[in-house]
Every structure is written in structure tokens, then in C-alpha cells.
Design a binder for this molecule. Structure first.
Ligand code: UDX
Length: 455
């Protein structure tokens, strides 16, 4: 099938590469010439396991192309995926300017029937706005070409996006019940047929419900995390181990084990933005989403918890004190630092007068870029970008872990103890067991693990 993907960001690139892998002829469009040049020279603008190989293989096979040529991109695909960014506006609602610009471009050049698929995370009603934007262009040109708008939200996790695309647990498709809508549904069914061989994974619904499903999924996951973080803070006060509680409740199939990990708070490009956008949608209907407002507040506070623990252990003024930080990306297997809890922690420590040495397995370049934006030159001078985890430790009062990279799970504790000034570990992702750490001679601070008595 001939497919066009508009936007070679995270979602667009993964979708394009994976659809090419299934044998489709994929044309990827972006307005950013540098990005297109990079992709055409075999480069990949993001860190995503497995993506580089899939892109290289399909480029070599001639099934995957990258270009800035809008007219050619509209001409190419019978299915046009819109996968451009929807950054938050100042008021928290999703900014649709790139989505609508993509729709107008399709209307400007199309001559025959097109299925326009919203892949970007967009608020309810965006399908209608895309239809109107495109229709206006067709009318202006006096062209009577048929089209329909479909919603097909993505549920990819950064760091596991290729795997998630290739083994989806569900495919959500929203379409109209008009003849064009039914024609589009048939095309989408053919496109996704390889995933439905063993059992049907596609959920068919109307466009608005599909748009809403994506927000509902992310809001539910964010809620679980904030719920556990709030309980973890209480656990610290009452002497309960939140990890034991997590296992105890997760074994109930009605609850399940996923997304119950207390930690340093959720970050990334989706949860913070989507929770806010859903609240914003509700406000437009004069409804207050009480639960989601609390989810957001709890998360903002949770990002401060590690820093607060450090301040209460070492004093409110940290001048002359140095700390080692492991993990900067908002989660493992990505270099993404959007809304990363590490940024909040670094700000707290620098504000209290400390110096820090930081390390992340892949996000060091990104960290240099975002910290240069977050911090003044004088503050940045108090951050040392280390070359390895061990390189952060010399002379540090404590080691602070913010991201649960696999590489941090079994470190050489003897070496850590020898390098640190005090054998103190603050574990923002509960990687280690308090008992084991105590046996190894560490003062250990997890999240929700301050058990008062142990037998
Ligand atoms: C999320 C959704 O999972 C995905 O379906 C959607 O398409 C995009 O948003 P992503 O943002 O890539 O994906 O990361 P995810 O693995 O969901 O983690 C989000 C944040 O929650 C991370 O900061 C992570 O550390 C945190 N988290 C996750 C917890 O604090 N506890 C948990 O139990 C799980």
C-alpha cells in the first residue's frame, strides 16, 4: 500500500519505518530540511532501540523515502498519516497549528480520494477541524476530490516503540459511517491485517471516541503512578514498604502489576501534556476533572521529593557539598529529557548551593542542551558532566539515582562506597532492597521504603 507520513518526529518516524517493514511503500515528509538530510544520509534524529536498523533496511529496499516535497508527498499516499507535534499551548491545551497546516497542505495538492489519518494525540473534535481545514482548500481550488478523516492514535512507549508498533496490544481506529468512512475502514483493515492474523486486535469506533481513548489511556496510567506516589509518601511516614504493598495489590487481576511503581514522578512528552490537555478540554465544557487535577499536583510535588529528602538529610544550605546523580532521561532507553524529574532535582540542589556531577548512559548530549536552557552560566558551571557512573562519585556526599537504567542495577557497591564521602544512597526508583543496602553498609533512602522495624 502507498503510505505518506507527515512529520518525522518520534511517532511519524517509527510509524513510517514499521509500515515499510511490513512491505508498504512509505513516503515520509518533514518541513525540516536538516532532519530529512540526516535521515537520507543514514542518520536517526532520536535514540530509539532497533529503529536505526529498520530504517536502514527499508531505505535500502527502496520502501522508505524521506523528503520535504509536499506536492510529491500528497501525490504518493492513498493513506496520509498526520504525525506532527501537538505541543501544549500556554493554557495547557494542545496546539493544533501543525496538524491543521498538514491538513491544508493535503487539500492544496490532492487530486483523487485520500484517507487522512490523525496519528498525533489530538483533543476530541480535531477530526472535524482537520476535515474543515482540508475542505476549505479543496473549495478554494474548485476541486471535488473525496476524502475522509480517520483517528488512529498511537500507544508507543519511548524506548520500546518499535517493539510496541510491531506487537501492538490493541489498534484503535475511529472512522465515520459515511461511504467514504467505510471505504477508509476497509483500507485501514488491510493495512493493519498483519497484526490481526492470530486474533483481532483492532477496536473500531467513531472518530471522537478514538481521539478520547488515547487521552483516557494516558490519564489512567498517570493516575496509577500519582496514586502510588502519594501512598509511598504516606508509607514513609507510617513505616510501610510501598514495594511490598505494590506486590500485594498488583496480584489482584482487577488491579494488575503495571504502572504501580512509586518513584521520582512521571515525565516525558505524553503524560504531563495529555493530562493537562484533557483537563483543558473539560474546562471548555465547564467541567472540572478533580481526579486529574490531583494527579498533576501530586506529580509536580513528587518531582521535589528526592531533593527534599536530601535537604532534610544534609541541611537546607548545601554550599560546599557535592552530589552524584545517575540518570537524566525521563525514563530508561531514551535520551528524552522533556519534563524529566532530574531537571527539577538539579535545580533544587543548585538553588541550595550544592555542586553536582551527572551521568546518563545516552542522554549526555541532550542534558548539555537542556541544562544550558534551564540554568544560568554560573549555575551550569556547578554541574560536571561525568564520563561514567563511577566518574560522578569522587567526593560526593551521596549518590542519587533518578532514572532506572539497567546499567545502574548491579553496580560495584564496594567501589561506590570507596569513592563517596559518605556511604549514602538516595534511590529515586527503588532499584535496591533496603535490607541488602544496610548489610552492605549503606545509609539507604528509597521512595516509600522507610520501614520502622524489621525482623
Ligand atoms: C506513554 C504511554 O505509556 C504510551 O502508551 C503513550 O503512547 C505515550 O506515553 P512514555 O511517555 O514513552 O509512554 O513512557 P512510559 O513508559 O509510559 O513512562 C512515563 C513516565 O512514567 C516515566 O517518567 C516513568 O518513569 C514513569 N513511571 C512509569 C513511573 O513513575 N511509575 C510506573 O510505574 C511507570
Amino acid at each position: 500500500m502507498k503510505i505518506t507520513i507527515i512529520g518525522t518526529g518520534y511517532v511519524g518516524l517509527v510509524t513510517g519505518a514499521c509500515l515499510a517493514e511490513l512491505g508498504n511503500d512509505v513516503f515520509c515528509l518533514d518541513v525540516d530540511q536538516r532532519k530529512i538530510d540526516l535521515l537520507n544520509n543514514g542518520g536517526i534524529p532520536i535514540h530509539e532501540p532497533g529503529l536505526e536498523e529498520v530504517v536502514a533496511r527499508n531505505r535500502a529496499a527502496g520502501r522508505l523515502r524521506f523528503s520535504t516535497d509536499v506536492a510529491a508527498s500528497v501525490e504518493h499516499g492513498e493513506v496520509q498519516f498526520i504525525a506532527v507535534g501537538t505541543p501544549p499551548d500556554e493554557d495547557g491545551s494542545a496546539d493544533l497549528q501543525y496538524v491543521l497546516a498538514a491538513a491544508r497542505n493535503i487539500g492544496r495538492y490532492m487530486t483523487g480520494f485520500k484517507v487522512v489519518v490523525d496519528k498525533s494525540t489530538v483533543p476530541v473534535g480535531t477530526g472535524d477541524r482537520v476535515r474543515i481545514a482540508l475542505q476549505e482548500q479543496l473549495q478554494a481550488r474548485g476541486v471535488d476530490a473525496g476524502f475522509t478523516v480517520v483517528s488512529n492514535p498511537e500507544f508507543l512507549k519511548e524506548g520500546a516503540a518499535v517493539e510496541d508498533f510491531m506487537r501492538p496490544d490493541r489498534i484503535v481506529i475511529g472512522h465515520d459511517s459515511t461511504p467514504e468512512g467505510l471505504q477508509a475502514a476497509a483500507l485501514m483493515k488491510r493495512l493493519y491485517a498483519p497484526f490481526n492474523r492470530n486474533h483481532e486486535r483492532t477496536f473500531w469506533m467513531d472518530v471522537r471516541s478514538a481521539e478520547f481513548t488515547k487521552y483516557a489511556a494516558n490519564a489512567m496510567l498517570a493516575t496509577r503512578i500519582s496514586f502510588m506516589n502519594e501512598l509511598a509518601n504516606l508509607a514513609d511516614n507510617v513505616g510501610v514498604d510501598i514495594e511490598a504493598v505494590r506486590r500485594g495489590i498488583g496480584s489482584d487481576p482487577r488491579i494488575g502489576h503495571s504502572f504501580l511503581y512509586a518513584g521520582a514522578g512521571y515525565g516525558g512528552s505524553c503524560f504531563p501534556k495529555d493530562v493537562q490537555a484533557l483537563e483543558r478540554t473539560a474546562r471548555q465544557y465547564e467541567q472540572d476533572l478533580h481526579i486529574l487535577r490531583a494527579v498533576e499536583t501530586v506529580n509536580d510535588k513528587q518531582k521535589l521529593v528526592l531533593g527534599r529528602k536530601l535537604l532534610s538529610r544534609f541541611g537546607a544550605y548545601l554550599g560546599g557539598k557535592h552530589f552524584a546523580i545517575w540518570g537524566l532521561a525521563f525514563k530508561p532507553n531514551t535520551d528524552d529529557m522533556r519534563e524529566a524529574p532530574a531537571r527539577v532535582l538539579i535545580r533544587q540542589l543548585l538553588d541550595a548551593g550544592a555542586t553536582v556531577a551527572v551521568y546518563d548512559p545516552v542522554a549526555m548530549d541532550e542534558a548539555r542542551r537542556v541544562l544550558a536552557l534551564d540554568l544560568s552560566a554560573a549555575e551550569l558551571a556547578r554541574v560536571r558532566f561525568a564520563s561514567s557512573p563511577m566518574d560522578t562519585l569522587d567526593g560526593a556526599e551521596a549518590l542519587v539515582i533518578v532514572t532506572e537504567w539497567k546499567a545502574f542495577r548491579s553496580p560495584d557497591f564496594g567501589q561506590i562506597k570507596a569513592a563517596l564521602k559518605h556511604a549514602v544512597v538516595f534511590d529515586g526508583r527503588n532499584l535496591f532492597e533496603p535490607d541488602v543496602m544496610a548489610e552492605l553498609g549503606f545509609e539507604y533512602h528509597g521512595i516509600g521504603r522507610s520501614v520502622l522495624t524489621r525482623n
